[in-house]
Write a protein that binds this ligand. Sequence first.
Ligand SMILES: Cc1cc2nc3c(=O)[nH]c(=O)nc-3n(C[C@H](O)[C@H](O)[C@H](O)COP(=O)(O)OP(=O)(O)OC[C@H]3O[C@@H](n4cnc5c(N)ncnc54)[C@H](O)[C@@H]3O)c2cc1C
Length: 311
Amino acid sequence: MRIIEPSFTILDELDQQSLPVRIEYCGRICYKSEHRIDSDSAIPFVRKMAQHGHNSVLEMGVVTLVVTCSTPDAINNLFFCQPRFLQIDFLDTHRLLVTGSIRAFREMLLFHPTNAIFRAITLFLAKRHPYFFETLLADTGEAPPPGVTVDKMGLKEVEQLDAPQCAKHRYLAVKFIVNRAVTHELVRHRPCTFLQESQRYCRYSDDKFGNEVTFIKPLFFDEQSAEFTIWKKAMEDMEQQYFRLLETSTAQAARTVLPNSCKTEIIVYANLLEWQHILELRTSKAAEPSMREVMIPLQQELQKRYPRLSL
Ligand SMILES: Cc1cc2nc3c(=O)[nH]c(=O)nc-3n(C[C@H](O)[C@H](O)[C@H](O)COP(=O)(O)OP(=O)(O)OC[C@H]3O[C@@H](n4cnc5c(N)ncnc54)[C@H](O)[C@@H]3O)c2cc1C
């Protein structure tokens, strides 16, 4: 068995990558198959996700668009659709700022195929990334609806928006390496997108996991204490039982003995407004100490990066 400290990484270098590259990186955390990433693997990976309807993986790529409409009708029709998973603001009476994930845009078109704005957005995105929309659009070269134009807003521009708009439209992914109790709490934050290492697919007796189970060191017990010795012995015993079950059972069956202390990796993707909410709840004195252990340093880091926002 291995014991490690919890940690987090702000995945802002992923923001510089193409949508398929970032989606593949995030998607592979579930299977811990990052070793299969190469310079040609991203597009086949995301195409498969779109074909097989692994939609939550497609939430890991977000784009911000400026949609210009020549008449108010198109804008009214957009709001009649009640888009729940898009961030929308008016730039002026004719121009909307729209931020959403590939999944959100795909599903808006699926449920509202004649809506001019969703059609224009999908065609705009499909020109650049056809593999996300092949199953939805018969002809990605179709002429866009008249009176609606779509342009992309780059990340630098998003960061220069006024503070409330920047908080809504700037999405940020953070990868946490924490125990399963912490991830159970993280996934309660509904506006986020999550992808997490799967104990159903990961078989910790395999070479790629070092043939051992990894645990997160509990901050509650000093390493020299009797309590730490009890905890460590419990983990050793559990690992042995898990390996015994794996001799005859699948990983998903054997994992039923794995405890909260197991290390797990999770990517949490949300806009800065939601991060503000998460940090407020999860750094407070009422929050679970193992959660505060990662959230307090994350908050300090984000405050440095976004001093205009009250993170
Ligand atoms: C100290 C602490 C103790 C806790 N103890 C428990 C416990 O004992 N048992 C337990 O079950 N949970 C517990 N929780 C979890 C808690 O109940 C929330 O589920 C979790 O913190 C998510 O926060 P949230 O609901 O404020 O917002 P999020 O899910 O992060 O959503 C962000 C915002 O989106 C909006 N929103 C999202 N979904 C909806 C919706 N369906 N309807 C309306 N508005 C919505 C709200 O404005 C919300 O503030 C605890 C959390 C903390 C921080």
